[in-house]
Design a protein around this ligand. Structure first.
Ligand code: HEM
Length: 479
């Protein structure tokens, strides 16, 4: 799993792990899940919710409930076994041990109406034939588009900087510009080009509002699981007590499906001829990959990347900028140049470590098995739902020195750290001996390369990064 050589703190040669019963409880029916839900969303917030229980039980593995729960989620079982250290978390990605069907966001699964009436790849278990077909299709898309990532990124990013620049000019001296929507507009165009082979400029309505359509589609299906915590208790009453119906976003979803059908003809044809998918399966899986996996993941990740950059001391920004300028002295941006940027790479990985865009991962035990944390072995029963909460897993003090601290050069080769495989190793690679395929995110390399690119682009164009509350200020040149 996690590359142990990253661990700056040595693992102590401890005694053999002891067996123990899993601490924690699910409480009284209805009251236990409801009370946990209120703590999770309102009184503590997700990270504190897990941290406080870890402290209370003095264990990184324990039983608890996670939302959604009560009153209108009758079929949803909120009971999970939480896994909060790197060692126990790694079991989640052993396909021999866990079944991944329908557990992308927990026992709760948004209606399949949100995905054209079919279960898309991320909801399929690795034992399902369809999973392999769609996964191969996804990998093929990324492989084929790799040669155009650079040019597509450059063109669409330039449009984003232009948009920000004109917003700033309009705001006048000392003004600021909101970067969230320009960033999302860029992401939508860039991902459509690279993943679908579809140019949004040929579809004016989609170009203008495709990113907003995806935002709404994501929000409505995920509301019961998302913590916003700004207008409590209204949020608990109106956002977390029931699931929202698909018809709220039906017409937008149809527009996105038409866009894929008309704009991604070649990709759809390959899905049918080479990967034996039906046209419908291809369309809805493409929307999900584009909107949920890629756009959703990148939107959150880039926002944390920008805020990590803005929080750095000027000296750190200067060091990063210096590396970018030195490596780009001949002004040629290529895969190789991007790979050579040791500090930028480390910065990207450190951002992913502390702010994993997808905080939770779930898996259901296929059979009874022993699960080990760093110190203890627990018995897991077939059918139990395991829930890893990454923001705490990635702060495992047995793996990371000063785990709470953002150390921008933690993974820099110069500093002696190895290239970090945090994102890549969240899922185990394909094992030829296994009867199951892996659930590894096929977009891993793409994600990391794109993130480095964004960082590089920022440092090429800006002299001082100041980002707060979704808006930018305080930089003085745009090339
Ligand atoms: C910052 C961006 C991204 C993040 C944070 C991210 C994260 C993840 C995570 C955590 C999973 C595993 C979910 C689970 O089973 O529990 C996953 C799966 C997946 N991701 Fe990504 N992803 C990103 C970008 C992409 C991109 C660009 C693609 C493009 C094809 C992609 C395609 C997929 C697919 C198809 C799966 C399902 C894999 C399977 O079922 O075997 N992701 N992603």
């Amino acid at each position: 799993m996690l590359n142990a050589s990253l661990s700056v703190a040595p693992l102590s040669p401890s005694a053999a792990p002891q067996r123990a019963a899993i601490p924690g409880s699910y409480g009284w029916p209805v009251i236990g899940p409801l009370s946990d839900r209120l703590q999770y969303f309102w009184l503590q917030g997700p990270q504190n919710f897990f941290a406080k229980r870890m402290e209370k039980y003095e264990s990184t593995v324990f039983r608890t409930n996670v939302p959604p729960a009560f009153p209108f989620f009758a079929g949803v079982n909120p009971n999970v076994v939480a896994l909060l250290d790197v060692k126990s978390f790694s079991h989640l990605f052993d396909a021999e041990l866990v079944d991944k069907s329908n557990v992308l966001v927990g026992d709760f699964m948004p209606s399949v109406n949100y995905t054209g009436g079919i279960r898309v790849c991320a909801y399929l278990d690795t034992a399902e034939t369809k999973h392999g077909q769609i996964k191969d299709f996804a990998k093929d898309i990324l492989r084929r588009s790799a040669s155009t990532w650079v040019s597509s990124m450059t063109t669409t990013l330039d449009a984003m900087w232009d948009s920000l620049e004109s917003q700033l000019a309009a705001a006048g001296d000392g003004g600021s510009a909101s970067y969230i929507f320009p960033l999302q507009e860029f992401l939508f165009s860039f991902l459509s080009l690279t993943l679908l082979g579809a140019d949004t400029s040929a579809f004016p309505e989609i170009k203008k509002s495709g990113h907003i359509m995806i935002d709404k589609w994501l929000a409505v299906q995920l509301l019961p699981t998302i913590s916003i915590n700004v207008v409590q208790p209204l949020e608990e009453i109106f956002l977390h007590s029931f699931s929202y119906p698909f018809w709220l976003v039906k017409s937008d979803y149809q527009k996105l499906a038409n866009f894929v059908e008309n704009g991604a003809g070649e990709t759809l044809a390959r899905a049918q001829t080479e990967f034996k998918l039906t046209k419908e399966e291809a369309i809805h899986n493409l929307i999900f990959m584009l909107g949920f996996n890629a756009f959703g993941g990148f939107s959150l990740f880039f926002l944390s990347l920008l805020s990590s950059l803005s929080e750095q001391k000027p000296g750190v920004q200067e060091e990063l900028r210096k590396e970018v300028r030195e490596k780009l002295s001949n002004n040629i941006l290529s895969f190789e140049t991007v790979r050579e940027m040791d500090l930028v790479n480390s910065f990207v990985y450190e951002t992913l470590r502390l702010n994993p865009p997808v905080p939770q991962q779930f898996g259901r035990a296929r059979k009874n098995f022993d699960l080990s944390s760093h110190t203890t072995v627990y018995e897991i029963k077939k059918g139990e739902l395991l829930c890893g909460f990454q923001p705490l897993v990635m702060r495992d003090p047995k793996i990371f020195e000063n785990p709470e601290e953002f150390v921008y050069n933690r993974f820099s080769k110069k500093r002696g750290g190895e290239d970090c495989n945090i994102l890549k190793t969240r899922s185990s690679p394909e094992q030829p001996s296994s009867s199951y395929r892996s659930k590894q995110n096929p977009g891993v390399v793409f994600v990391v390369i794109c993130a480095r690119w964004i960082g590089i682009s920022l440092f090429r164009f800006m002299t001082d990064i100041g980002a707060s509350g979704g808006s930018y200020s305080g930089y003085d040149i745009f090339n």
